[in-house]
Design a protein around this ligand. Structure first.
Ligand SMILES: Nc1nc2c(c(=O)[nH]1)N[C@H]1C(S)=C(S)[C@@H](COP(=O)(O)OP(=O)(O)OC[C@H]3O[C@@H](n4cnc5c(=O)[nH]c(N)nc54)[C@H](O)[C@@H]3O)O[C@H]1N2
Ligand SMILES: Nc1nc2c(c(=O)[nH]1)N[C@H]1C(S)=C(S)[C@@H](COP(=O)(O)OP(=O)(O)OC[C@H]3O[C@@H](n4cnc5c(=O)[nH]c(N)nc54)[C@H](O)[C@@H]3O)O[C@H]1N2
Ligand code: SF4
Ligand SMILES: [Mo]
Length: 771
């Protein structure tokens, strides 16, 4: 299996590589984003959007799921939030003649960057069977086509309804209701590729798969451990919370193979000192761990905690908490005694002194928060690794008290809310019961397909119709070549989207693009202007009000699209009042209040300035909704990834100017990369050992368990201070290297952060040698 060399518009002809930055944010962040905002949106639209962003009467930033502080500043956003708004609310639109000029197959040769640059989608378009072009279609006809193809299926389970995490709670609730009223639980989402491992690990051990702290807890903490996360790029305002925590006395530890800017030093653009000064050194300790070494590290720290307890019995563990709230401690203790330091050193690449230091910090702190993101979730042993964090936190009662707790940081701005609303292929029976009771129908009970399984089922001809509420499944899933071929076996693909991406080019026999309004835009329906609601990573739910005119007159809101789709498919006489949902979003919120846990009195609570926080029994009252009512210690063996001689372990990461498969520019400022993405970051000692020169070109082959040779050609080597034995490449370009079947145990999340690879010297691409 081979990928083509980079396409013309995606070449790195102007690539510039310089030294990586230590500091994140600072003066550059706002000065970098403002000119782009002004040129794409003009001054009025720029002000109307940027000043309303993340305010209590404004709209929620559509980028990451980082929460808003209780007291908002006038400009409550970061550089990447500004880029996301500019990308969505910019006035450039895809012209009507685009579809004549650009065939579907020609779009396959375009990069994500080029596709996104074409502007906002404003008219629904349809690609009939046998044609290589989309053509404009009326909304009514578009819905009729979907109804026709869904009715032609032998079973509702031949259809699949994907969701990306930008969708509002209202749309998500209506969308899952529609899928289930149609008769299927095939509701995969981006979370399957993201924090699925977290949900599973936390659900199994503490009974709730969500972050167990509030925003205020950061400032109350003694120690914050940041694992497998790059907040400077992916959750930039988290750095402000960390800085405040540090000023209040917290220590901060960063555990990462890469010395990410921001973890090492942060300049706060909100403060004059931040603008001109050197900023705050955030991390008190940086552990440059090897990829996938975290489970071993957590066990090594736990072993030291038990040792300290043995030396001072009764003074180290939180015995009262353990006795009252936990089960399985003794088996866990016995297992930790056997942890082999040699195995830990090999797995982590760390020195004993570094681990001792981390353990000493943990023992000294009364209140500890551990945060994490994709650096932990996208590994083979992601689920037991996250369970190991829970083990460690339980030992000293670091859950359900101020300033302490496990804190997964979600990705997409509403990915967590979508799950609360029922977007999941395996919603528990209690939810399905409540849904069935509320709408007087019998929802399907068999679990549906997740993202990876959906691609397999498309490949195997078991799925015929694919509907996507946002996102870019082809671009985001592993094994690009397999995914591209799988999607093309469908009879119909439907994408509800704001902008073009590669999922519009790899489509079924027939394809539809339904353009939709974004969160910045004013949403007027029969009952007047509407708002939607979202949930951030700390379970805070609040309203989001659009502020500017939609970029196109023909655009529909996501709510209107799902409502009309449901009526076209299920009939206008269907007992569920779909038309009512479109006319007034309060009506769907009434149902959310009855069906979704913690959402009672929803319409009133979301109207409070700042909204409300969903209940979280472990966080709120140390109540653990597991079968035994206790938090559960788990025992897992350390299994390291076998990396044969001469091979490296690959992780795929995000650049600073990208949001998942969307590229704002081709730059990654903090890592010192400009105007190019076909690069590999490798440790200089590994390069020396492999005899590969900095700046040279290699083909990178992955060596997946299935033995298939997957290759990404002509990537430029950057000598970079990553951990030994590790290499980093950009997602989604490197997805070609990840086997579809290589997934995390239990969660089925692609192992996008641990792929065994081999580098082979290659000729420089033509664009690099041209003068
Ligand atoms: N600007 C921007 N913001 C975003 C996104 C974006 O694409 N761009 N995406 C959003 C989404 S959907 C998500 S899920 C989040 C993602 O947020 P992150 O998870 O922070 O994003 P990644 O780029 O995947 O970075 C993973 C980090 O984990 C480290 N890492 C990798 N493997 C390991 C490991 O084995 N152990 C340890 N300790 N560290 C490891 C990497 O070096 C890197 O620093 O960001 C959200 N916010
Ligand atoms: N190798 C590798 N693969 C990965 C990852 C990785 O770290 N490495 N990360 C994984 C993760 S964490 C995630 S979350 C997934 C992301 O997977 P997805 O969520 O599927 O992908 P996105 O790139 O976020 O989707 C972008 C598209 O969403 C559409 N869009 C944007 N805003 C809106 C809106 O308001 N409404 C609608 N309807 N559409 C909108 C636009 O058309 C845009 O092109 O990728 C995963 N894939
Ligand atoms: S931290 Fe995340 S949610 Fe907040 S403004 Fe930045 S990108 Fe948006
Ligand atoms: Mo994500």
């Amino acid at each position: 299996m081979s990928s083509k060399p980079p396409v013309q518009d995606d070449s790195d002809a102007d690539l510039v590589v310089s030294r990586p930055k230590r500091a994140a944010a600072g003066i550059h962040s706002l000065t970098e984003s403002m000119p782009q905002a002004l040129s794409a949106m003009g001054p009025v639209r720029s002000l109307k959007t940027l000043l309303a962003m993340n305010q209590k009467d404004g709209f929620d930033c559509m980028s990451c799921a980082w929460p808003d502080p209780p007291d908002r500043k006038i400009a409550e956003f970061c550089e990447n939030g500004a880029k996301a708004v500019t990308w969505e609310a910019g006035l450039l639109t895809v012209p009507r003649d685009f579809w004549e000029t650009n065939s579907v197959s020609s779009m396959r040769d375009r990069s994500e960057y080029w596709l996104g640059q074409q502007g906002r989608l404003v008219d629904p378009v349809y690609k009939p069977a046998g044609s290589d072009h989309y053509q404009p279609v009326s909304w009514d006809n578009a819905f009729r086509i979907v109804a026709r193809e869904l009715h032609a299926l032998e079973s509702p389970d031949e259809a699949v309804f994907y969701t990306s995490g930008r969708t509002s709670n209202e749309t998500a609730f209506q969308y899952q209701l529609f899928a289930r009223a149609f008769g299927t639980n095939n509701l995969p989402d981006c979370s399957n590729m993201c924090h699925e491992s977290t949900g599973l690990a936390m659900g199994d051990t503490i009974g709730v798969g969500k972050c167990a702290i509030t925003y205020e807890d950061f400032a109350k903490s003694d120690l914050i451990i940041i694992m497998g996360q790059n907040p400077g790029t992916c959750h930039p305002r988290m750095l402000t919370a960390l800085e405040e925590a540090k000023q209040a006395g917290a220590e901060i530890v960063a555990i990462n193979p890469l010395p990410e800017a921001g973890l090492i030093n942060f300049r706060n653009p909100q403060k004059p000192r931040g603008l001109v000064g050197t900023g705050t050194d955030l991390a008190d300790q940086f552990l440059q761990i090897r990829l996938a070494g975290d489970m071993a590290l957590m066990q090594a720290v736990a072993k030291r905690v038990f040792r300290a307890e043995a030396a001072a019995p009764g003074a180290v563990l939180d015995h009262a908490f353990l006795e009252e709230h936990c089960q399985g401690l003794e088996e866990y203790r016995a297992h930790m005694e056997k942890v082999d330091d040699q195995v830990v050193m090999a797995a982590t690449g760390l020195r004993t002194a570094e681990i001792d230091e981390l353990a000493a910090r943990y023992l000294k702190a009364d209140k500890v928060i551990v945060t994490w993101a994709m650096g932990l979730t996208q590994h083979k042993r992601a689920v037991p690794t996250i369970k190991e964090i829970i083990n460690l936190l339980l030992l000293r009662g670091n859950i359900g008290k101020p300033g302490a707790g496990p804190s997964p940081i979600r990705g997409h701005s509403n990915v967590q809310g979508d799950r609360t609303m029922g977007i999941w292929e395996q919603m528990p029976p209690a939810f399905l019961d409540a849904l069935g009771k509320e709408f007087n129908f019998d929802p399907p009970r068999e679990n549906g397909a997740d993202a990876v399984q959906s691609i397999r089922d498309m490949r195997d001809g078991k799925l015929k119709v694919f509907v996507a509420m946002g996102g870019n499944l082809v671009g985001a899933i592993s094994d690009t070549a397999v995914a591209e071929a799988a999607l093309q076996k469908l009879t119909l693909s439907v994408q509800v989207s704001t902008k073009l991406n590669r999922s519009h080019a790899f489509v079924g026999e027939q394809a539809l693009i339904m353009p939709t309004m974004g969160r910045t835009e004013i949403d007027r329906q029969a009952s007047g202007e509407q708002f939607v609601t979202v949930e951030d990573t700390v379970c805070a739910v609040h309203a989001s009000y659009g502020k500017v005119e939609p970029v196109g007159a023909n655009l529909l809101s996501e709510m209107a699209i799902v409502s009309r789709l449901a009526r076209a498919v299920l009939g206008s006489d269907h007992p569920i009042d779909w038309a009512g949902f479109e006319a007034n979003y309060d009506s769907i919120r009434e149902h959310i209040a009855h069906v979704c846990k913690g959402c009672e009195d929803y319409n009133n609570k979301v109207r409070r300035p700042g909204g409300f926080v969903l209940p979280h029994p472990p966080r709120d009252s140390r109540t653990f909704p597991t079968p035994s009512g206790k938090a559960i210690f788990t025992v897992s063996g350390i299994e390291t990834v076998e990396v044969p001689e001469g091979r490296l372990l690959l992780q795929t990461v995000r650049a600073h100017d990208q949001f998942n498969t969307t590229m704002y520019t081709l730059n990654d400022r903090y890592r010192g990369v400009k105007k190019g993405r076909h690069v590999l970051f490798v440790n200089p000692s590994d390069l020396a050992e492999l005899g590969i020169a900095d700046g040279s070109y290699v083909d990178i082959h992955s060596e997946a368990p299935d033995g298939v040779d997957r290759v990404l050609r002509q990537q430029r080597i950057i000598s970079y201070p990553t951990a030994r034995g590790c290499v980093a490449a950009y997602f989604p370009e490197a997805n070609v290297l990840v086997s579809l079947d290589d997934t995390a145990e239990g969660s089925n999340t692609p192992v996008s952060k641990s792929v065994v690879v081999r580098l082979e010297k290659a000729a420089a691409p033509a664009y690099a040698t041209a003068t």
